[in-house]
Design a protein around this ligand. Structure first.
Ligand SMILES: Cc1cc2nc3c(=O)[nH]c(=O)nc-3n(C[C@H](O)[C@H](O)[C@H](O)COP(=O)(O)O)c2cc1C
Length: 200
């Protein structure tokens, strides 16, 4: 079956598309690691852009997310279907604002991201939201975020409870870490897409 890319769905749907409901059966068969030993086309996908405010619900879910503007998500949304993805990301402040950040906040860090309409929250618009797996000291709205998307984890789902969504995101994070912990993926943490000057 040929899946439509997220951008194709966004261009043709006059209302947000449906997503399948999460079930315990789906949870029970989730793999702990995804993708082959090295990233396969269309990955790696390189994205970057200024971090925008989302609805702010991510913090409440225990996973704050950095939203990217439409033009920044285009390399991803025109290449893949909606769903949950993993890779690396980095916050890159302008040189004169670097002092406000701890060195560990500016490293290349593992991330999970959602590309979709967040069915559980019934968003009207396609969004790309990156959750960087790190405790940041401060917010970084407006700053440049750079990311490399290396693989697909699962489809976007609808949920009957917030707890079930939180549980699935927890599993997504573990799957992402397991999947990145392979040499052909790890090497992207040192890719020239990132600012590696004093951060690694
Ligand atoms: C790894 C990850 C997986 C997600 N999976 C889903 C999903 O399957 N269904 C869904 O409705 N929302 C999903 N979300 C989106 C959350 O609902 C969203 O990030 C949250 O509402 C925060 O959005 P906000 O920053 O705009 O408030 C996921 C988010 C992340 C980071």
């Amino acid at each position: 079956m040929v899946h439509q890319t997220a951008a194709e769905v966004a261009a043709h749907a006059d209302h947000p598309p449906q997503a399948p409901l999460q079930t315990e059966e789906f949870r029970a068969v989730r793999p702990q690691i995804v993708g082959s030993e090295s990233p396969e086309a269309p990955f790696p996908i390189f994205i970057h852009g200024p971090v925008q405010h989302g609805f702010g619900r991510g913090k409440d879910l225990g996973c704050p997310t950095a939203n990217l503007p439409d033009e920044s998500m285009a390399p991803l949304s025109t290449a893949v279907e909606t769903g949950v993805y993993y890779g690396y990301a980095q916050v890159v402040p302008p040189k004169d604002e670097k002092v406000q950040f701890r060195e560990e906040d500016l490293k290349v860090l593992p991330m999970v991201m959602s590309l979709g309409w967040n069915r559980f929250y019934k968003n009207e618009k396609l969004t790309a939201e990156v959750h960087i797996m790190h405790e940041f000291q401060s917010d970084f709205y407006g700053l440049e975020m750079r990311a490399i998307v290396l693989g697909y984890i699962r489809p976007e789902l609808d949920y009957t409870s917030r707890e079930a969504l939180i549980d699935d995101i927890d599993i997504d994070k573990k799957v992402a870490l397991n999947s990145l912990n392979r040499p052909a993926y790890r090497r992207y943490a040192n890719d020239a897409h990132f600012n590696l000057d004093s951060t690694n």
